[in-house]
Design a protein around this ligand. Structure first.
Ligand code: FES
Length: 112
């Protein structure tokens, strides 16, 4: 299983057809989640950048890091931590798994 917070219940986000190096924003239980495919693994983080809420799914991938499309803050998809400056900013990570053709993301029970 890829890294990510696996607390909570796995929820289907549908059938995703991603190539390596691509990301997509999906919605589940009022959350916007960015799912990326890196080296065949699916990695999921909050889609909204903590700076000014740009969609991280639209960011450019550099290995296991995504660069925010607005101001290029870099986040590690495995930990959610900001990598380019140790400011304490981070995004939530979510565990993922496949079930048949569908992708499931582990969502926490608490409200958004
Ligand atoms: S909105 Fe992401 S770095 Fe500014």
């Amino acid at each position: 299983m890829p890294p990510g917070d696996d607390h909570g219940r796995f929820v289907s986000v549908g059938r995703l057809t991603l190539r390596d190096g691509e990301g997509v924003c999906v919605r589940a239980r009022n959350r916007a989640i960015a799912v990326f495919k890196v080296d065949g693994a699916l990695l999921a983080i909050d889609d909204r950048c903590p700076h000014q809420e740009a969609s991280l799914a639209e960011g450019e991938l550099d290995g296991h890091e995504v660069l925010c499309p607005l101001h290029c803050w870099a986040f590690d998809l495995r930990t959610g931590e900001r990598k380019d400056a140790p400011t304490g900013h981070r995004v939530r990570t979510y565990a993922t798994k496949r079930q048949g053709d569908e992708v499931l993301v582990a969502l926490p029970e608490e409200p958004v």
